[in-house]
Design a protein. Structure first.
Length: 273
C-alpha cells in the first residue's frame, strides 16, 4: 500500500472520543489492551472538550456529557451504556460554606470540564433553596484557596480532595442527592453518535456499539483489577477505595430507569431557563 492509500485508509476510520477521566477506564482500558478490537482514530479529552468536537462534526462516536446530548439534535444515543450512579457517585461533589440559602448570587467555582454536573447543581440549588449562585468557571476549583462560597468538583480531582475538603466544608454528593430525591439513577455521561454517521455507516456503527458494551462488561469483570490498578496509580488513592468507586458507586448501564431519569433531568433543566 502506497503512502496515499495508507492516508486514505487512515482517514476513513471512525473518529471515536474517549473521556479522559478514570471513571471511563472500564470502557477504555479493554480496548486499549486489545481485549476488544475496535478500529478508529481515538481522541481523549475531558467531557467538555469531546462535547465541542462532536457538536462541530469532528467526531463520529463519543462519550459526552448528558447535557451535551440533550442539547444537540444531531446526536443519536448509543444503547446500553452510560456513566451513572444509583446513589453516591463519589466523584461529583459540591462543597460550600454556611447554608444553601445564603448562596444566592454568591460566587461558586465550577470546572470548565463539566456540563451535566453544573446544570444538576443549578437544579439542586433551585430545588433545595430557590437560589441562583454566581458560577465562576475555572480549570480546577480550589475552594480552600479562594474567597468563593462554594465549589463544584468532578472526576479524579473530586476523589482526591474529598477527605480533606469534607473536614472543612459542607458536602453534597450530586448523585446521592438525585437518587434520594427521585429514586432514579443519575446519568452523568452517555455515548452518542452523529446521526449522519449512523445512517451512512450502519454496519460500522453497530460494531462500535457492540464493542463499547463488550468492553464495559470486560472492564468490570476479567479486567477489573487492571482497571483498579491503573486508576489507583493515576489518582494516588488506596486501591480498595478505587475498587469501591467502580463497583458500588458507578453504574455503566442504560436501561428504562436511566431513560426516565434523562427525561426528568431535561425537564428540570428546561424549567430553569
Amino acid at each position: 500500500m502506497n503512502r496515499d492509500s495508507k492516508n486514505k485508509a487512515r482517514s476513513s476510520l471512525p473518529r471515536i472520543g474517549q473521556i479522559d477521566f478514570s471513571n471511563c477506564l472500564p470502557i477504555n482500558l479493554p480496548i486499549k489492551k486489545g481485549a476488544v478490537v475496535l478500529e478508529g482514530e481515538f481522541v481523549s479529552r475531558v467531557p467538555s472538550g469531546l462535547n465541542a468536537l462532536i457538536e462541530a462534526g469532528d467526531l463520529d462516536v463519543s462519550a459526552v456529557s448528558l447535557y451535551c446530548y440533550l442539547n444537540c439534535p444531531s446526536l443519536s444515543l448509543v444503547p446500553g451504556i452510560s456513566v451513572s450512579s444509583l446513589g453516591p457517585v463519589g466523584s461529583v461533589l459540591f462543597f460550600y460554606q454556611g447554608d444553601l440559602k445564603d448562596l444566592d448570587k454568591a460566587p461558586v467555582l465550577v470546572p470548565n470540564a463539566s456540563a451535566t454536573s453544573i446544570n444538576l447543581l443549578r437544579v439542586i440549588l433551585d430545588q433545595e433553596a430557590s437560589v441562583k449562585a454566581d458560577f465562576k468557571t475555572v480549570v480546577t476549583p480550589d475552594l480552600p484557596g479562594s474567597s468563593a462560597s462554594g465549589a463544584l468538583i468532578i472526576g479524579d480531582e473530586a476523589l482526591k480532595v474529598d477527605k480533606s475538603w469534607s473536614a472543612s466544608f459542607n458536602r453534597i454528593d450530586l448523585g446521592k442527592w438525585w437518587f434520594d430525591r427521585f429514586k432514579l439513577p443519575m446519568v452523568f455521561g452517555v455515548w452518542a453518535a452523529r446521526s449522519e454517521f449512523v445512517e451512512q455507516e450502519p454496519t460500522r456503527y453497530k460494531e462500535i456499539e457492540e464493542a463499547l458494551n463488550r468492553s464495559r462488561d470486560l472492564g468490570l469483570s476479567s479486567h477489573l483489577e487492571e482497571v483498579v490498578e491503573a486508576a489507583a496509580d493515576h489518582m494516588l488513592l488506596d486501591r480498595e477505595r478505587v475498587k469501591r468507586y467502580f463497583i458500588e458507586e458507578l453504574d455503566y448501564n442504560l436501561g428504562d430507569e436511566h431513560r426516565k431519569s434523562i427525561e426528568l433531568f431535561q425537564k428540570l433543566c428546561g424549567s430553569l431557563n
